[in-house]
Every structure is written in C-alpha cells, then in structure tokens.
Write a protein of this length. Sequence first.
Length: 161
Amino acid sequence: MQILKTDQEWMLLALKKAREKSEPQISTAQAEDLPVGAVIVDNGQLICASRNRKEILNDVTAHAEIVALREAAAITGSWRLSGMTLYTTLEPCPMCAEAILQARVAKVIFGAYDSLSGALGSAFNLYGQKRIYPVPEVLGGIMEAQCSDLLKEFFAKNRSE
C-alpha cells in the first residue's frame, strides 16, 4: 500500500488526539493514560477521533482503537465499519486488532511499532492466519518517529516521577 499525503494528515490528527490532556475533573494521577490516538475515516471524511482512556475510565478495554470503534458505531448507527480506515499512533494489540477485524474495517494504518504486544507483525501477526472475515490492509510506520517519540517522552516522564 502506498503512503499518501492524506495518510500523514490523518496521522497528525491521531497524534494531536494522543497529546490531549485529560478532563479537568480527573486527578493527574488518575489521568496518566498512555498517549495513543486513533482516527476513523470514511471516504476522506472524519468519522471520529479518540484517545486512550483506560486509566480515565478505569476500563481495561478503553484503548484508543476500541474507543474509536465504539464512537464510530454510535455515529454511523452500525458496528459494521466496512470500507473505513483506522489510523492509530501505535500498532494495535491483540484485543484491538481482533475488534478492528470484527468491525470489518478495510485499512489499518499505524505509526509506532510495538515489539512487545503489536499484533500486526511486530510481536506476532493476528491477520496472518486464515480468517473468515476480510482482513484489513495494514500499513505501519507512518510518522513512526513522531509516534515513538511521544511514547518515549511519556515513559521517561513517568519513570522520573
């Protein structure tokens, strides 16, 4: 799959979402979510943009991709997101990769690779096995340095506190 200028523009929006600060009513200690952003696009139109909210919501499933899938389903009125593209700043984990597949997303474009739990080729490839649902096209490494740097800054800050 060819890298398009629009892919970089959507990834910039996902990065912006990842950098957003938490809601003011949430305490700082509670609001330190891993800075991951996700954007869902349909035919060049933004459907939704979300961020990791696991700590904020105290919900183990509230990864940026899952939150985005839920928001897109609510907005479109269907859990089937056929033909849509999901942009995420970090390679999806197994939970997110399976949810993306189940939602029938057509393309997954991610920034940073995750050698520990990345399920689209880094740690393992969840889409490599024969599947009954259509497997999305996958493109990794879009704006990889910026996406990686954001995560490195987060971990460096949290180790020093």
